[in-house]
Design a protein around this ligand. Structure first.
Ligand SMILES: [Zn+2]
Length: 178
């Protein structure tokens, strides 16, 4: 095989792996949703092995820092007994916020793969880019838009359902008031 063909093959292989891991992250997001949380899921991979997982638990934990990525980074630190998570890739269904992007830089995570972009709070390129900023002493490589539509739909379906539930509740209250 020529070098170019080899490189192309390995890129394609990586893309297949990225999608498979993103599906696992989506399953974790569903886990969050089943607890009434905004569905975001994350996992950390090292040497083709999942070393930690996490999903959003902010409401259950009364903790603004309990985002999927933070849960995942905390679990990974315990698993490898090191706060530095060298040579790892973090997969998450939604573009990380500033807090999570900052934690990824501190943890020296090598690569970030995310699904849907977050145009309101995304800190990996959408609103601001903290993971590739030369102002810090560590940068991640970023692959965005893996299963973006499916990840985005998982979130919008959740918010649609929640709006409907709120509406139904309001109508029920009105009825009771009559
Ligand atoms: Zn976050």
């Amino acid at each position: 095989m020529s070098k170019a063909v080899e490189e192309q093959a390995s890129l394609e292989q990586q893309a297949v792996k990225d999608e498979a891991y993103m599906r696992q992250a989506m399953a974790l997001a569903a886990e969050a949703e089943s607890r009434g949380e905004v569905p975001v899921g994350a996992l950390l991979v090292k040497d083709d092995k999942v070393i930690a997982t996490g999903f959003n638990l902010s409401i259950c934990r009364h903790d603004a820092s309990a985002h999927a990525e933070m849960e995942c980074i905390r679990a990974a630190g315990q698993a490898v007994e090191n706060y530095r998570l060298l040579d790892t890739t973090l997969y998450v269904t939604l573009e990380p916020c500033a807090m999570c992007a900052g934690a990824m830089v501190h943890a020296r995570i090598a690569r970030l793969v995310y699904g849907a972009a977050d145009l309101k709070t995304g800190a990996a390129g959408s609103v601001v880019d903290l993971v590739r900023s030369r102002a810090f002493n560590h940068q991640l490589t970023v692959t965005s838009g893996v299963l973006a539509e499916e990840c985005g739909e998982q979130l919008s379906a959740f918010f649609r359902r929640r709006r409907q539930e709120k509406k139904a509740l309001k109508m029920a209250e009105k009825k009771q008031g009559q």
